[in-house]
Design a protein around this ligand. Structure first.
Ligand SMILES: NC(=O)c1ccc[n+]([C@@H]2O[C@H](COP(=O)([O-])OP(=O)(O)OC[C@H]3O[C@@H](n4cnc5c(N)ncnc54)[C@H](O)[C@@H]3O)[C@@H](O)[C@H]2O)c1
Length: 347
């Protein structure tokens, strides 16, 4: 039986990956210390998701371990000898990183190094998948010429139509401390591929979404928007007139990408992974969709100042990944995603 080690296993992507690999007959070891509760308060509590996994899976073992615990991580990798590592544990918010810079860097960068080094020592042939982020590009994508449409920004040049590819530079731009810690991790992952031959990949995510997100104001765009609309909370829009664009990929489609890579791994691979143009939506458009689906009006408050380093229009160019893994495609449309989030009863 194949074994996979998944960090951040109670979070959005980690929990989807636990269920996905369990369903396919793998033994799954998950690492999560519910740090999301500490980051975001009750909205971020992932206990419900862990309980769901423990109830619904067959070969899942949970480890309540902090990825900053270097020896603990080394011991775990030595004991469970994974055939695949999927690293999703993170401090995921721009805004929080400003207030907790050491936690941010120690989890995102040093925690990743702890895992990489454990894998190099104990399982160097096992693919190592890092769920990275498009924030490694900082605000460089904002330099693309834009056009303002009634409900969204869009790229003005036809050459940018497919979105941002992996050639976008990652330095000399404004990142936020979160973007920096993730960029450090992204480079470390590449380095372990190049220097030590570990089959590593960085998937630089657009907006990742799905019903198993413990959506909080500071992280989880569509999950939090659905929650705010359902619970009639006040929702704050930060800058750009609410016309900022995100592309959204369902956690299930992230998992099929993880599987595709694990079956044909390379070393030091880098791919942008998001929903692409078809799954792109602006904040204003997303609000309208949830209002229609839920039959409620959202109470909106506008803040002039955008979030630090926030992208104005970000659409993922998926062509590199699709060229290397032609069997992979998006299976969950934007309509599917909205319907699922609107119907979802989870907290
Ligand atoms: N959700 C998005 O829109 C998005 C977009 C781009 C990239 N990403 C990246 O994808 C990855 C997964 O994101 P997600 O949305 O599933 O995040 P998430 O917050 O839902 O899940 C991360 C999990 O990691 C756990 N965790 C945090 N610190 C930990 C620590 N020190 N030790 C052990 N566990 C810890 C948390 O409790 C949480 O359950 C992250 O690296 C994130 O930066 C997410």
């Amino acid at each position: 039986m194949k074994r996979v080690l998944i960090t951040g296993s109670s979070g959005l992507i980690g929990s989807e990956a636990v269920a996905f690999f369990d369903h396919r007959g793998w033994a799954v070891h998950g690492v999560d210390n519910n740090m999301r509760l500490e980051f975001f308060g009750p909205d971020g509590d992932t206990t419900w998701n862990l309980k769901r996994l423990q109830r619904d899976t067959r070969r899942f073992t949970h480890h309540d371990l902090d990825i900053r615990h270097r020896e603990g991580i080394r011991e775990l990798v030595r004991e469970c000898r994974p055939d695949l590592v999927v690293h999703c544990a993170a401090q995921p918010s721009h805004d929080l990183a400003r207030d907790r810079p050491f936690d941010d860097f120690e989890i995102n960068a040093v925690g990743t190094l702890n895992l990489l080094e454990a894998v190099r020592r104990c399982r160097p042939e096992s693919p190592f998948i890092f769920v990275s982020t498009n924030k490694v590009y900082g605000d460089a994508p904002n330099e693309r010429p834009l056009v303002e449409l009634p409900t969204r920004w869009d790229y003005a040049d036809a050459a940018d139509h497919e979105g941002i590819d992996e050639q976008c530079r990652i330095d000399t731009s404004l990142h936020s401390l979160f973007g920096v810690s993730k960029a450090a991790a992204d480079l470390l992952v590449q380095e372990y591929g190049r220097a030590f031959g570990v089959p590593t990949v960085c998937f630089r995510g657009g907006c990742l979404t799905g019903p198993n997100h413990s959506g909080a104001e500071l992280h989880g765009f569509l999950a939090y928007l659905a929650r705010a609309t359902k619970e009639e909370r006040v929702y704050r829009i930060y800058g750009y007139k609410g016309k900022q664009v995100r592309d959204n990929i369902h956690a299930y489609d992230v998992c099929t990408a993880l599987l595709a890579f694990s079956e044909a791994p390379r070393a030091a691979a880098v791919y942008n992974l998001g929903g692409g143009r078809a799954n792109s939506v602006s904040v204003l458009e997303a609000i309208g969709r949830f209002e229609d689906l839920l039959g409620k009006r959202l109470r909106v408050e506008s803040v002039d100042q955008p979030r630090l380093g926030d992208h104005i229009c970000y659409i993922t160019d998926l062509r590199r990944f699709k060229a290397d893994y032609p069997g992979w495609e998006i299976t969950r449309s934007l309509d599917d995603i909205f319907r699922e989030l609107a119907a979802d009863p989870s907290p």
